[in-house]
Write a protein that binds this ligand. Sequence first.
Ligand code: ZN
Length: 301
Amino acid sequence: MSFSSDVKTELTGLIPSACCTKAEAFGMLIFGRAFSLSEISLMTEIQAVAEHYSTSIRDLTGVTPELTCSKAGNYKINIPTRAERLKILEYFGYTGKEITLRVNLSNLEQTNDDCCSKAFLRGAFLVCGSVTDPQKDYHIEFSVTKAKLCEDLMQIIGDLGLRCKKIIRSNSYVVYAKEAESIEDYIGTMGANNAFLEVMQTRAMKDIKNQINRRSNFESANLSRSIEAGLKQVAIIEEILSKIKLSDMTKDLSELCSLRLENPDISLDELGKMMNPELSRSAVSRRFKKLEKIAAELKTR
Ligand SMILES: [Zn+2]
């Protein structure tokens, strides 16, 4: 099972309070495949969602939906008669004659903890939502076929304090969020606590891995800086040696020059230890300063 179906299956197992049961069912119905006098239906690959949709409609309105499953494992839930469809529409405050379908907010009770808005979002997610496995990516979306319904959904999402964006993708309005924190917020708001913990743990693990990567990038950056410095010194020495002979230099400088030419990639510390007598890092550095000065003087001659 995908992460998305895990989340959905977890959500169908919640036991909402009475007010929220209606709000959740309403979310499933209005964002399902069809919600009109000519058709009320849902298509889903997830058995738990199919059953939850049917049971909610039956418990609330007394109408028993028709549930079929194709060989490929696609569930279709359908309300067979017009009279039954009208009964469901009326239960949620619709006549079936609406020109533009909008979210009837009277189905969502205004409570302090926004329980019904959260339940409504949960219902919407069950039928038109999906969430990517946090191991791969952070992405949650709701795919809505009607522009006005998409607007209403975005309004409710915003009122819940969640962030979202919208894109149009092949005749659908897609409401989505991408940041890890947002995915956690959505999943937490909808009430999928197990999935919430899973996303949080995955994020924590990713953060640790990133930190380790950043550190080793930093170390290799340091390493390449010292190689770069070494190569620069080699260039200076070669420049000097194009004008004067190594044997014409003082002993301490000539020794350093030949050691550097033989070991272009080692650090100043290591270079100092190879000198006879041994030199500190800063002493080596001072000698390179001297060499730089010589090179500069030779240039002006
Ligand atoms: Zn409620």
